[in-house]
Design a protein around this ligand. Sequence first.
Ligand code: MN
Length: 197
Amino acid sequence: MTTFTLPDLPYGKESLSPVLSKETLDYHHDKHHMAYVTNLNNLIKGTEFENADLETIIRQGKGGLFNNAAQVWNHTFYFEQFGIQSPVSGRLADAIRAKWGSFEAFQKEFNAAGAGLFGSGWVWLSCDNKGELSISQEPNAGNPLTHDLHPLLTFDVWEHAYYIDYRNARPAYIEALWKIVDWRVMERRYEYQSKKW
Ligand code: MN
């Protein structure tokens, strides 16, 4: 039987401050992310998903199974993309400029999608099977994998992601997150997907 575990953060909890404080990471990683892992392990017991991998549960699961599996995946993906800010470069930078005209125009659309998402959810940069980029909003635990897209970057816009550091100012949180995005992570994700086209 599969047992999912909480991945460690790939950086120290003080290292993203002041964009994300240690207190935010204490709650968001150690409590919220952990709770989704615990819930998922309890929910798969005795079901057809007892030995399934996470992406299978996301693609085929319903209700609480989908919600908790997707939240485990989404948070792992979110936390691993931060660290030391690095500029976008390489093929992904070229693809962003080809699609939006400039990196700043891409950021503006991404920020607006995140700020404009009603309620809890996630904003995503993904590519399709041919490498075409798109920005999308997903409510609640939503994940572009269920639309046959390949996620490259995501910002969590649930209130628990920003309320300690930014209170109700979601746009300020989104704007600040760019300061800790390590684009080398997204470039690796894009290179990995590019082997398919
Ligand atoms: Mn979250």
